[in-house]
Design a protein around this ligand. Structure first.
Ligand SMILES: Cc1cc2nc3c(=O)[nH]c(=O)nc-3n(C[C@H](O)[C@H](O)[C@H](O)COP(=O)(O)O)c2cc1C
Length: 186
């Protein structure tokens, strides 16, 4: 069973976080979570109440708790997904400044050469954002912007978000039941 760490930070589009975690429901994965303070605020503003109400996560860690398991490489997560990833968190990861448990856990994933996927959300992007993305890419992270596959002709935002969640599943090496692929039969 894969062990995945999900981090929620204070960028818009919590719809993607919800979709990703719903997709993992019932899959052979163990999911732990961390939510930044701004992440909690944006979750509330976008109508998802709070992190604890999100599906599939079996254990949440306090973002200020540097004694929590994800602060150490010995916790041995297979992958970490920061969804959504704010430009502030992106900058912290790019610079290696670990001011909260999300930053520290991401830093650990990079040093342990484990899968770190960032779902950055901002528009438009300034030079610093772009440079930080290149820096973390070169350090080993995967930059996966939340772009749905419109070629599946999704009819709702939820359906559109799911097409993106499938791409994250590919990155995690998970074969999701019902996952559609362009011009291929199940
Ligand atoms: C409603 C709302 C939406 C926001 N959307 C974004 C966003 O899309 N991208 C971003 O980088 N920051 C966004 N922010 C700003 C971040 O929340 C802010 O920079 C925060 O300090 C990020 O902290 P964190 O990275 O620890 O979560 C948003 C803030 C609010 C209140």
């Amino acid at each position: 069973m894969k062990k995945i760490l999900v981090a929620v930070t204070g960028a818009s589009a919590m719809l993607y976080t919800q979709s990703f975690l719903e997709m993992l429901e019932g899959e052979q994965v163990s999911v732990h979570g961390i939510c930044s303070e701004a992440g909690e605020k944006v979750l509330e503003l976008e109508g998802h109440t709070n992190s604890k109400s999100l599906p599939t996560v079996s254990e949440w860690f306090d973002c200020r708790d540097f004694t929590a398991a994800p602060a150490s490489g010995s916790a041995a997560y297979d992958a970490m997904v920061v969804i959504p990833c704010s430009m502030g968190t992106l900058a912290a990861i790019a610079s290696g400044i670990t001011q909260n448990l999300v930053h520290r856990a991401a830093d650990v994933m990079l040093k342990e050469k484990k899968t770190l996927i960032l779902v950055p959300r901002e528009t438009p992007l300034n030079r610093t954002h772009l440079q930080n993305m290149l820096t973390v890419h070169d350090a080993g992270a995967v930059i996966c912007p939340p772009h749905p596959g419109f070629y599946f002709n999704p009819e709702t935002l939820k359906e559109a978000a799911l097409t993106f969640s499938w791409r994250l599943a590919d990155q995690l090496g998970l074969e999701i039941k019902g996952r559609r692929r362009w011009r291929s039969t199940p």
